[in-house]
Design a protein around this ligand. Sequence first.
Ligand SMILES: Nc1ncnc2c1ncn2[C@@H]1O[C@H](COP(=O)(O)OP(=O)(O)O)[C@@H](O)[C@H]1O
Ligand SMILES: O=C(O)C1=C[C@@H](OP(=O)(O)O)[C@@H](O)[C@H](O)C1
Ligand SMILES: [Mg+2]
Length: 181
Amino acid sequence: MSNIPLKEQSIVLIGFMGVGKTTIGQAVARKLYRDFIDIDEEIERRFQMPPKEIFAKYGEATFRQYEKEIISEICHKRLKVISLGGGAFLQKEVQDICLATTTIFFLDLSWNSWKDRISLLIDSRPVLQGKNMEEIKELFDDRQPIYEQHHSRIITDNQEIEEIADYIVDSLKLAWELYAG
Ligand SMILES: Nc1ncnc2c1ncn2[C@@H]1O[C@H](COP(=O)(O)OP(=O)(O)O)[C@@H](O)[C@H]1O
Ligand SMILES: O=C(O)C1=C[C@@H](OP(=O)(O)O)[C@@H](O)[C@H](O)C1
Ligand SMILES: [Mg+2]
């Protein structure tokens, strides 16, 4: 249980790459009048290099180290909306720190809907590069259990970005009302 009052805890969005964490996080932050932090953008800002280049030049382990350090620092901040990268929850320390300090929403999208988005993602996501559809499906299936560590799940199939953001805001307002104090 967090020491931070529920209403002040930062909101964290998790889920497989491409489910909409970055886009929906921005919309939720706008609706709640909170600052938005995207961990990939924060890594890029601090290291002056996009994730794809960090993967290529220094390897995935270096990226995961940066990712863990930055999340550990940022999750302690109050009143933010934070979108993680899809692989961040592979690290147990990241899961533990987010569960202990924030309110976590899992954006759940079915494989059937996800695969139609592949063209939007393939160039910018290093983890997808060089994989065929079968291998990507395997990665998708393998990753699902890590997202089971959450406070709330949202099925996002056939939902518009604004609808999903509104749903998150409404469920937060209900929780804040029910568990005020
Ligand atoms: N609910 C949605 N409906 C349609 N397209 C979406 C939806 N959510 C995200 N997208 C699109 O999918 C792509 C990946 O979204 P992004 O927010 O970068 O995902 P993530 O941060 O989870 O990797 C973007 O082009 C975005 O516009
Ligand atoms: O799933 C992953 O391993 C990754 C997801 C990406 O973020 P998004 O989930 O926002 O695409 C980014 O952190 C990096 O390319 C690695
Ligand atoms: Mg993102």
